[in-house]
Design a protein around this ligand. Structure first.
Ligand code: ADP
Ligand code: ZN
Length: 610
């Protein structure tokens, strides 16, 4: 069978996503490889599918097995459940298994039918791995895949000490190819992965980091609850995550939402283990819609239908923001990422890092880049991929507040710009954004009064403009070339030649501002209208969702292991009438058509035509 046939028969997909075919080819060619694809890009398939290709010709053994190293038990479990539901023989070995479960896995392994084995890093290498390696040597290892490979790097956002042992894989599985997979975009982490794993002349495939289905917005935090209401109203009954900076805020917000009738629960490291697990499971099993959480939540969260991620405060780096926001829309359907932020977030990080002795050059740079993103008035998609060193085609992306023209033009931009430039000039072109903003807003900070800047004519000149907005203007003037920033550690603002012309009234500029929140009590009534719902019978979709939940409960797996939303929407649009038509639906391979087909066809047949 060709890999295209396997894709159709087992996954029910008709085409490979970008770079999947190339990644699979590297495995089949037994070349070490590093594959970087964004979240939702379809990395799992790259190391799962080759296990179904007959390897006997190459490995010279009857039934060799593919090993997948995965950092989290929950992640392993989901993937194995998913594979089994598709009819692929897969098993896992980890410390969370009961002795019965372990015996079942080992039996499957000895029987020789198992194609994929998921193991925790410490099982594959390290002191306790001898038995496992002996077992593997009798079976023959087709290849070793390392999922979430960035965990091996101290430069990554999620370094895991147990991953460090993986350097020994090379010797432990001599003669076998190693394949690393990650969504982490920074070149330093990528290099580190190759070095630490000792990859030999690896084939490297790096996909586009852009996530076109995510709509990015940045909102100045003004009346957060109200701003949140507006977002929640767009997503009634849909799954979402709200990230807060403190545990207290998590608890308060979760309680407030629950009191408002929203199915929400808290998650943070201060909750006891049982509660934390229960809340996480409730989210995965669709018993709740909204998880209110600190950064402690997220790694290994495979729920693919997360339709929104709200940040109630900026994280300390753009990497982290991208990770967390990236948990939205893994199924490829439209989803929203809103960053609600104020300068206080950055001051807070700074003082936190300072008191922890971690206010290093790199921490400062990371935070400044985050701040820059928050204040920028340009395409968010471009800004994000640009940060990771990639470029996007010119033109509006159609999925960010800037390109959707949600930002408003400021009134009298010339006058505004002249006031800002004057403040830079009068304070001697020796100060950073924070100080200039303080002077313009008439804030008598220590620094301001010590320099006598409270006596300047520009002091308090823009008293009524919120600080976040003012910073935004300064950043725009910098991006527009009217101001320049020099110095790395504490950059100061200088007026450029173009800025001098603007000051003299010989040049023009345009400035934008974030819309201030409008009070509206309007609820979403009636059907959803965005393009991804075109032709979808929404009543039927909801019935299918309920059926999926039943099927999942009956099998003790999370609903997304059964089907993704994409499949449900297609079913509710195409309304297949028989098994043959069902085979044409994305995400329904042969095994799932057999197992779930009758129930689905019944439900569709009984649904009144719309
Ligand atoms: P990643 O691990 O890269 O974040 P996943 O492997 O979880 O991404 O895949 C994301 C989603 O895309 C999953 O629902 C998966 O089934 C789906 N998917 C993967 N490859 C394809 C494909 N070729 N066609 C359609 N859907 C796909
Ligand atoms: Zn855009």
């Amino acid at each position: 069978m060709t890999i295209d046939d396997l894709l159709h028969q087992y996954w029910g997909y008709t085409a490979f996503r970008p770079l999947q075919r190339e990644a699979i080819d590297a495995v089949l060619a037994r070349r070490d490889s590093l594959v970087v694809l964004p979240t939702g890009g379809g990395k799992s398939l790259c190391f799962q599918l080759p296990a179904l290709v007959d390897q006997s010709a190459i490995v010279n053994r009857q039934s060799s097995i593919a090993i997948v190293i995965s950092p989290l038990i929950a992640l392993m479990k989901d993937q194995v459940d998913g594979l089994v539901a598709q009819g692929v023989a897969a098993a896992c070995l980890h410390s969370g298994q009961s002795s019965d479960q372990r015996r079942a896995s080992l039996d499957l392994l000895r029987a020789g039918t198992c194609r994929l084995l998921y193991v925790a890093p410490e099982r594959a290498v390290g002191d306790t791995a001898d038995g496992f390696r002996a077992l593997m040597s009798t079976r023959g290892v087709a290849y070793v895949a390392i999922d979430e490979a960035h965990c091996i790097s101290q430069w990554g956002h999620d370094f895991r000490p147990e991953y460090r042992q993986l350097g020994a894989l090379r010797e432990a599985f001599a003669g076998t190819s190693l394949h690393a997979y990650t969504a982490t975009a920074t070149p330093r982490v990528q290099r580190d992965i190759c070095e630490q794993l000792g990859l030999v002349q690896p084939v490297v495939h790096i996909g586009s980091f852009d996530r076109p289905n995510l709509a990015y917005r940045v909102l100045p935090r003004v009346q957060f609850r109200q701003q949140l209401q507006t977002i929640l109203r767009r997503h009634e009954g849909e799954a979402g995550i709200i990230y807060c900076l403190s545990r207290r805020e998590v608890d308060e917000l979760a309680a407030a939402l629950a009191a408002d009738g929203i199915r929400a629960l808290p998650y943070h490291a201060g909750l006891d283990d049982t509660t934390r697990h229960r809340n996480q499971d409730a989210f995965l099993n669709e018993e709740i819609d909204v998880m209110v959480a600190t950064v402690a939540f997220g790694m290994g969260i495979d729920r693919s239908d997360v339709r929104f991620v709200v940040h109630a405060g900026a994280p300390q780096s753009l990497e982290q923001y991208q990770q967390e926001a990236g948990r939205a829309g893994r199924d490829g359907l439209p989803a929203e990422c809103a960053l609600v932020t104020s300068p206080a977030d950055f001051a807070r990080w700074r003082s936190l890092l300072e008191s922890d002795g971690q206010w290093t050059d790199s921490a400062r740079t990371l935070l400044r880049d985050m701040e820059h993103y928050a204040a920028a008035t340009s395409c968010r998609h471009r800004a994000l991929v640009g940060y990771f060193g990639q470029d996007l085609a010119q033109g509006p992306c159609g999925a960010c507040d800037w390109c959707l023209e949600e930002l408003e033009r400021a009134d009298q931009p010339q006058v505004l710009a002249q006031k800002i430039l004057s403040a830079v000039a009068r304070t001697g072109q020796r100060w950073g954004v924070g100080h200039v903003v303080a002077v313009l807003r008439g804030e008598s900070t220590e620094k301001v009064t010590a320099r006598g800047h409270h006596t300047l004519s520009v002091f308090g000149l823009l008293r009524d403009v919120p600080a976040a907005e003012l910073r935004g203007y300064v950043d725009q003037l910098t991006q527009g070339g009217f101001l320049s920033r020099t110095g790395d550690q504490y950059p100061t603002l200088q007026i450029s030649a173009a800025g001098a012309e603007l000051l003299r009234g010989q040049a023009e500029c345009v400035l934008f501002r974030q819309p201030r929140p409008v009070k509206s009590r309007q609820r979403r009534t009636g059907p959803r209208t965005d393009a991804s719902w075109t032709g979808v019978d929404q009543g039927l979709f909801e019935k299918l969702r309920a059926l999926r939940l039943d099927l999942a409960r009956g099998r003790g797996v999370p609903p997304y292991v059964i089907f993704h939303d994409q499949t449900l929407r297609e079913l509710a649009r195409v309304k297949p009438r028989n098994i043959n038509e069902l085979h044409g639906i994305t995400g329904i391979g042969e095994r799932k058509a057999d197992a779930f087909g009758p129930a689905i066809l019944d439900l569709i047949a009984q649904h009144p035509p719309s």
